[in-house]
Design a binder for this molecule. Structure first.
Ligand SMILES: Cc1cc2nc3c(=O)[nH]c(=O)nc-3n(C[C@H](O)[C@H](O)[C@H](O)COP(=O)(O)OP(=O)(O)OC[C@H]3O[C@@H](n4cnc5c(N)ncnc54)[C@H](O)[C@@H]3O)c2cc1C
Length: 277
C-alpha cells in the first residue's frame, strides 16, 4: 500500500520545527529516521497532513560530554553507536544493543529518539536506556522538561509526549568501572523484533537495574530481582528464578505461560551474564 498524500517540510532549526508542529495541532508530526513511521503511514495505521523532518536539526545531532555522562542528540542513529564513533559511557552495552537492531539499512536511518518516541514494546533502546538510568529531554510549546525512561513510556506505543513536543536529547550516565552488564534477546529470526529482551546492569556502587521487554510487555523494571541482587549479589539461581517469576507476574499479568517462560529464561541469562567474573 502507499501512504495517503502528505506535505513534507524540513525546518532549519528546532524552534521552527516546534512552531510548525504546534500549529498543526496533531496533523503535523515529526519524522526522524522514518524506519517505523513510513511503514505505518503506508499501512495506514498512522496518518499525517504534514511530516516535519527533524532528522538533520543541529540541536538533535549534537553529542556532548556532561559532568555525569554523555548527552546524545535524539537524531543519533543506531549505526553511529554501532560504529563506535561516539563516546560510550556504557562500557560496550550500547554498541552491543545497536548492532543487534534489525539490519544495517534500518540502523543507518533509525534513531534513538524515534525509538523512544514510538515506544514499541519490543524495541531495544527503551529497555537499554531504562537499565542505564538515562534521562530524556523533551522540548515543546511550554518549554523543556527532563524525564526518566519509565516516566516517558506509559505503555505499548504510548508516551507522555504531547502534540508539538519533540525529544531532543538522551543523557546516559557513565557506568562506573566496576559495574557490569548483561544483554539477552530472543527473536524468531535474526534482525527481527524481540519476543523477549532483557538488560541487567549491576555493581559499581549503583543500585541494580533489571529490565524486561518484548512483544507483549513494554520495557519494565524488575524490582524484586534488582533488590535481590543488591542484597545478595551471589544469590542462587533458584532464588533468582523465584524473584524473576514474581516480577513477571506483576509487570506482565496477562502474559501466557509460554511468554513468561521465554521472558524468565532471557532475564536469567542477562543477569547471569552480568554476574560473570
Ligand atoms: C524491518 C525492521 C526491523 C526492526 N527491528 C527492530 C529491532 O529489532 N529493534 C528495535 O529496537 N527496533 C527495530 N526497528 C525499528 C527501528 O529501530 C526504528 O528506527 C525506530 O523504532 C524508530 O526510529 P526512527 O528514527 O526511524 O523514527 P520514525 O520512524 O521517524 O518515527 C517513529 C515515531 O516517533 C516519532 N518521533 C521520531 N523522532 C522523534 C523525536 N525526536 N521526538 C518526538 N517524536 C519523534 C514520529 O513522529 C513517529 O511517531 C525495526 C524497523 C524495521 C523497519
Amino acid at each position: 500500500m502507499k501512504p495517503a498524500p502528505f506535505d513534507y517540510v524540513r525546518p532549519s532549526h528546532l524552534g521552527e520545527a516546534t512552531e510548525i508542529l504546534v500549529k498543526g495541532q496533531g496533523s503535523a508530526i515529526p519524522i526522524s529516521g522514518g524506519q517505523s513511521l513510513m511503514p505505518m503511514l503506508s499501512l495506514r495505521v498512522a496518518s499525517a497532513e504534514t511530516l516535519v523532518d527533524i532528522s538533520r536539526l543541529f540541536e538533535l545531532k549534537t553529542v556532548e560530554e556532561t559532568s555525569t555522562g554523555i548527552s546524545y542528540g535524539a537524531a543519533t542513529t543506531h549505526a553511529a553507536i554501532e560504529d563506535g564513533k561516539l563516546p560510550d559511557p556504557s562500557r560496550g552495552l550500547m554498541h552491543k544493543v545497536a548492532s543487534g537492531i534489525s539490519y544495517r539499512a534500518v540502523r543507518n536511518f533509525g534513531t534513538m529518539g524515534g525509538s523512544l518516541a514510538l515506544a514499541d514494546p519490543a524495541a531495544d533502546w527503551p529497555a537499554c536506556l531504562m537499565a542505564l538510568g538515562a534521562l530524556v529531554t523533551i522540548v515543546g510549546p511550554d518549554g523543556n522538561r527532563t524525564v526518566t525512561v519509565p516516566e516517558l513510556i506509559e505503555g505499548p506505543y504510548t508516551t507522555i509526549l504531547a502534540p508539538g513536543e519533540v525529544i531532543t536529547s538522551i543523557e546516559v550516565p557513565r557506568l562506573p568501572a566496576e559495574a557490569r552488564w548483561g544483554y539477552s534477546k530472543f527473536a524468531r529470526k535474526s534482525g527481527a523484533f524481540a519476543n523477549s529482551l532483557s538488560v541487567a546492569v549491576i555493581g559499581g556502587g549503583n543500585k541494580a537495574r533489571v529490565v524486561i521487554a518484548g512483544s507483549s510487555t513494554s520495557s519494565s523494571l524488575l524490582t524484586d530481582t534488582a533488590s535481590l541482587l543488591d542484597r545478595t549479589p551471589d544469590a542462587t539461581e533458584d532464588d533468582l528464578k523465584t524473584a524473576i517469576r514474581d516480577d513477571l507476574t506483576k509487570v506482565d499479568p496477562n502474559g501466557d505461560d509460554y511468554q513468561h517462560r521465554s521472558h524468565a529464561a532471557i532475564v536469567l541469562r542477562a543477569v547471569q551474564q552480568a554476574r560473570l567474573p
